[in-house]
Design a protein around this ligand. Sequence first.
Ligand code: FMN
Length: 414
Amino acid sequence: MTPMTSPESAARFRHSPRRQYYRGGNLDRVRAVEDLRARAHKLMPRLVLEYLEAGAGSEATLDREREAFAEWRFLPHTLVDESHRSTERELLGRTAAMPLAIAPTGLNGLFRYHADTMLAKGAARFGVPFIQSTMSNDPMEEVGKVPGLRHWWQLYVFGGEEIWQELLRRADAAGCEALVLTTNSQIFGDREWSDRTRTATGGPTLASIFDAARHPRWMVAALRHGLPRFANVLDFIPKDQRGFFESAHWIRSQMPRDLSWNDVARIRSRWKKPMFLKGLLNLEDVRRARDSGVDGIMLGSHGGRQMDWAASALDILAPAREIVGESVALYMSGGIRHGTDILKALLLGADAVLSGRATLYGLCAAGADGVTCALETLRRQMLNEMGQLGVSSLDALSAEVMVRREKLPVALAS
Ligand SMILES: Cc1cc2nc3c(=O)[nH]c(=O)nc-3n(C[C@H](O)[C@H](O)[C@H](O)COP(=O)(O)O)c2cc1C
């Protein structure tokens, strides 16, 4: 797979010589998340890469998530004191190094052994929360021991009520600070590219096995440690279905298709700490969520992996902010690859963003150090662009420094 260019960089590079991202292992040479992605593409076999990258159906949503950022341009102020700049912001009342949390992602053990712990270490070192998925591979109690970690737990509802009750009890006991209930995945997305790497029964195709053999580092680790297990939910899975592919299939088959606002209310009353609803993309749902007693909403399309031809979270951020006002926290996910993406999301009304693939590229490239490197890269880009923009703190961002591309050239409004 050749690394994609973002819509912005396609414009920038049109008249430039042919260029390549850095694919080596020296993190000091990483200039952009795309370098980590290029390294990840070098190290990971196709089976794993398609799981990481593939969107649903024709991948129109995945495409939109990047394209949406390219529709906004900055109008920078000059002659402003930019000597001290900070990307810090309070998340749930505590200072985070950046307005970002690492998104919940399942099956991380496919990328590296103990990948969930590596993501947690990268996040803790840098100073942002890590959201652990129900479909993660390291036990939440082990991840919770990472020093300095702000640990949030993401819940997929599957099976009977006793399962989510037990998962919430354990998450609370493991010290999780917040709960993130994912609402848009009760029907699994139609990820045809990922499916093509596997046979009808779920195992890898022969071509995928040959391809994996051509990625010796990944293959040696996979042979040494075996395929990952769903450590947090294994006890709920029937004994004869506990293999990797079988358990993933079984859990999906147990997701109630009729998850509803009543379930949200029941989970809300059971979980006493802050709670977010994740995966909203409709303004009427945003209104209901605001009134449902949750503390925050995470807009997004699951990284383009669920519905094809959906809007991106960025498209609905501004009206969503109008609906919720300051009553609940508003986060967005989808397509964050550069510090400017975070600034654009904040300017449109987000309190914070989630990073899915950007930090996973770091993980694939270099484990926990790669995760921290991805976060540091985003922060470096943010700090630079804040200086270019003429703002020294995130609270000083004001909407007038950004305009939709089609509104250029700018007319005098009044
Ligand atoms: C490999 C992968 C696995 C994911 N697994 C989950 C999951 O288990 N639970 C969940 O709520 N979201 C999951 N997501 C969605 C992410 O939480 C997030 O919304 C998305 O990755 C954001 O888009 P980005 O990858 O462009 O940053 C997953 C995304 C990816 C890429």
